[in-house]
Design a protein around this ligand. Structure first.
Ligand code: HH2
Length: 304
């Protein structure tokens, strides 16, 4: 064993697991004393891996039910795709017509689940919160709508501030993927999102950060973000990771079809869990739940 190997083993042994906090999400607290699985429900015709599969409300609710039965803690409902190729922005009215009936049904039928809305528009967030959503997942980290922070502060909902650059059409492309130091760059820009949230009196315990895997990030940037999770945790908030079926998994594994990337996606979230992330936004709930629970049990046994 080399001196370098000894040193890295020591570093890993010294690393403390973050204490299990609680995520405040509008009248409820989600304990973060185990990995939290956020099931993706895209009500879009054009999402990169599941576009068109759940854009009918009946199928969407059935899929949410399956994900909850498979162990999802949160259902993240989205009505606008940010796909890398030709994402088409939709109006607030169109987004609302896609998501509101489903949010309403899910909130009533599954009162124990927390419903999250994946939107960059305050009008959509406000309406979804009015129908029972408890979390706003803003992939622009409050950059694109000046009223988003205010709406979330007033509603006392949970928020996910994800890092991205550009607008809905460009944020998942490589147009803005230029960094001197990707982790410092993302930390600096997430700090601006955080400042907007705190200025709107959103409680720190309501805020989860997300490095935005694949958003203005080439594969090497996404890998650096995952490896850099301990440095992102220094910002003082729990982390959500959305690696599910993304391009970097395809590039690493040579698997072209997004819906065949489950094994690589699970590898990514298990690594992220080991490095300190607690929340995972996934398409494949059963595989992710099983893998995270086993990896978590190993981590718990190590820290006892
Ligand atoms: N990724 C996507 C959408 N929303 N939200 C968070 N917090 N983190 C992510 O990594 C993230 C996200 C993109 O994935 P998907 O919803 O499957 O695709 P599309 O944007 O094409 O609908």
């Amino acid at each position: 064993m080399t001196a370098g190997g000894d040193r890295s083993r020591e570093t890993i042994a010294r690393q403390r697991l973050p204490k299990g906090g609680r995520w405040r999400v509008r009248g409820r607290e989600i304990p973060l004393d185990r990995p939290i699985v956020v099931g993706i429900l895209n009500l879009t015709p054009d999402s990169f891996s599941d576009g068109g599969r759940f854009d009918d409300p009946v199928r969407a609710v059935a899929h949410a039910e399956e994900m909850l039965a498979a162990g999802a803690d949160v259902i993240d409902v989205g009505g606008e795709s940010t796909r890398p190729q030709g994402a088409r922005p939709v109006s607030a009215a169109e987004e609302l017509s896609r998501i509101l009936p489903v949010v309403r049904t899910l909130a009533r039928r599954f009162p124990d689940a927390a419903i999250s809305v994946d939107t960059v528009k305050s009008e959509v967030a406000e309406a979804a919160l009015g129908e029972g959503a408890r979390i706003v997942n803003d992939v622009s980290g409050f950059r694109l709508d000046p009223d988003m922070a205010k709406i979330c502060g007033a509603a006392k909902c949970g928020v996910v501030l994800m890092h991205s650059r550009g607008n809905v059409s460009t944020m998942a492309t490589y147009d803005h993927a230029v960094y001197d130091d990707v982790i410092e760059g993302v930390r600096g820009e997430l700090a601006q999102s955080l400042a907007m949230a705190l200025a709107a009196e959103i409680e720190p315990q309501a805020i989860v950060l997300d490095p935005g895997i694949g958003f203005a990030k080439r594969s090497e940037h996404s890998l650096a973000m995952l490896a850099g999770i301990p440095r992102l945790l220094e910002m003082g908030h729990d982390l959500m990771v959305g690696a599910s079926r993304k391009r970097f998994v395809g590039e690493l594994t040579g698997v072209e079809r997004a819906d065949e990337r489950v094994h690589g996606s699970v590898g990514a979230i298990v690594a992220a869990l080991m490095l300190g992330a607690r929340l995972f936004r996934v398409h494949d709930v059963a595989a992710s739940r099983q893998a995270l629970d086993v990896a978590w049990a190993v981590l718990q046994a190590r820290s006892e």
